[in-house]
Design a protein around this ligand. Structure first.
Ligand code: NAD
Length: 481
């Protein structure tokens, strides 16, 4: 038996450039082993208020800083992050239950997010407008002030970085609350990196709390009068509640939410490409990705050979503790996730679905599972699964595939596999999703693109110049000569 390492004692919350120990701590669990990995600070609503006040005090100087200096700071953060990447990757394996390759991807991606954020410092921040009265008339984009950032546990590096880096580069100051499942890799790790990079005190703050304290801390992060905007990434029910509260306080909220994405495989698809995309999209990080493939739609003529080859690939994936780099399928993050996936699986089987491969659940480990015979009355057809369980559903015509894709309240991403580019682009325009990728799975991300969903998958866009729109306020300024 392996020795269980002693839990790490995290230094405290990061407020106003200081590490403030909390009176209480909460358990931060390694989901592979179930052992206590760290003791995390269990902050309070008052801590969130202190962080917001520190961010408010730091705002004027940060907003007034030369844009070139802010850009250099973004590069510095990226450099420190890159140098410290091995420690981050190890923590992704231990705290986040991620496969080594997933941690390495996150580490690389985050460095690119900060470099991309540096680039937006050089983008135009306004326009000169014609004036009926001969005035100098302009639309000027200004930073908003304090932005509250709330991030999830599934890709805590990528999603936290994307949630705040562009807002920071645009001259705002930040209060971040990571998920209670990943307080380190989604939060306090960033504080260590930004502190080392020399980001001035108060510009970036991190508060953490247990699940019990989240609602109160979240309320403070929306309601406090110094907070001017909210950047939320997480589930649709919580995002809906946050957007409603933000609306009541007339604050801008960018919310990136859940998905029920399809991968559509047309009858002329390259089979190897199709099965690879289905395998990666459905099972990467145990299906715990907002843009995971949650339904594979396959044209009838190739349904059977596709199913056999996809099942063969899935059955080869190694499941186990992510401390071992050979295990590409790790645990689900917590027992609630396991219960949710199990409920969907039990419901589907009870209503007549067949398990083609997988179906086993051992503690937090769920085998990559492929289902057939899935019908619209099953939970797995309609609800976000967020686990390694995927239905394969046949269709006859392109219009039927479009209708199946759109038959959901969600609209995040989609993938289409075909050799016919014109057919794919015609189809892509009819899919009710914020993103669509031809000859690739629905799982795709780059820092400079307009990332975001339609319908119940979100409001607003993160990334590149679209983040400037999200995290600045446009003001009309005139000068009469
Ligand atoms: P979640 O909604 O449970 O939690 C997200 C964050 O919100 C966490 O930090 C949590 O502590 C916080 N939170 C929970 N209740 C709150 C409240 N009442 N007030 C304020 N904050 C609160 O989601 P999760 O389980 O962490 O993440 C998985 C979900 O996130 C999935 O639905 C997934 O699809 C979605 N997601 C979306 C994207 C995207 O970019 N669209 C990316 C990743 C994950």
């Amino acid at each position: 038996m392996r020795d269980t390492p002693a839990p790490i004692k995290l230094r405290g919350q990061y407020i106003g450039g200081r590490w403030i120990p909390a009176a209480r701590s909460f358990a931060d669990i390694n989901p592979s082993t179930g052992a206590l990995w760290a003791e995390a600070p269990d902050g309070t609503r008052a801590d969130a208020a202190a962080a917001i006040e520190a961010a408010h005090a730091a705002f004027p100087d940060w907003a007034a800083m030369k844009f070139t200096e802010r850009a250099h700071m973004m590069h510095k953060i990226s450099d420190v992050w890159e140098r410290r990447a091995p420690d981050f990757i190890a923590a992704v394996q231990a705290e986040g239950g991620g496969w080594y390759g997933k941690g390495a991807f996150e580490a690389h991606y985050v460095t690119e997010v900060f470099r991309s954020a540096a680039a937006i410092c050089y983008q135009p921040l306004g326009e000169v407008l014609p004036s009926e009265y001969g005035k100098f008339s302009s639309a000027v984009r200004s930073p908003m002030g304090v932005i509250s950032v709330i991030s999830p546990w599934n890709f805590p590096g990528v999603l936290t970085a994307r949630g705040f880096a562009f807002a920071l580069a645009a001259g705002n100051t930040i209060v971040l609350k990571p998920s209670e499942d990943t307080p380190f890799i989604g939060g306090l790790w960033f504080a260590e990196v930004l502190e080392e990079a020399g980001v001035p005190p108060g510009v970036f703050n991190v508060v953490t709390c247990s699940r019990e304290g989240v609602a109160a801390m979240g309320d403070e992060m929306i309601e406090h009068p110094f907070v001017k905007g909210i950047s939320f990434t997480g589930s649709t029910p919580v995002g809906r509640a946050i957007a409603a509260k933000a609306g009541a306080h007339l604050k801008k909220a960018c919310v990136e939410l859940g998905g029920k994405d399809s991968l559509i495989i047309l009858d002329d698809a390259d089979m190897d490409r199709a099965t690879q995309a289905a395998n990666f999209g459905s099972f990467m990080h145990q299906g715990q990705i907002c843009m995971s493939v949650e339904k594979v739609l396959v044209q009838e003529a190739i349904y059977q050979p596709f199913l056999e080859q996809f099942a063969a690939r899935a059955a080869r994936l190694k499941v186990g503790d992510t401390a071992d780099r050979n295990n590409v399928i790790g645990p689900l993050i917590n027992d609630r996730q396991v219960a949710r996936v199990k409920a969907q699986l039990d419901d589907a089987i009870a209503k007549g679905a067949q398990v083609v491969t997988g179906g086993g659940i051992n503690g937090r480990f769920v085998e990559p599972t492929i289902l057939t015979g899935v019908t619209p009355d099953m939970l797995v057809y309609r609800d976000e699964t967020f686990g390694p369980v995927v239905p394969v559903i046949p269709f006859r015509t392109d219009d039927e595939a479009i209708a199946l894709n759109n038959d959901t309240e969600y609209g995040l991403s989609a993938g289409i596999i075909t050799q016919d580019e014109a057919r794919a682009l015609a189809m892509a325009r009819k899919l009710e999703t914020g993103m669509c990728h031809v000859n690739c799975s629905s799982v795709n991300d780059e820092p400079h693109v307009p990332f975001g969903g339609s319908k119940a998958s979100g409001l607003g866009r993160h990334g590149g110049r679209w983040s400037i729109e999200t995290f600045t306020e446009t003001r009309w300024i005139t000068l009469d000569r």
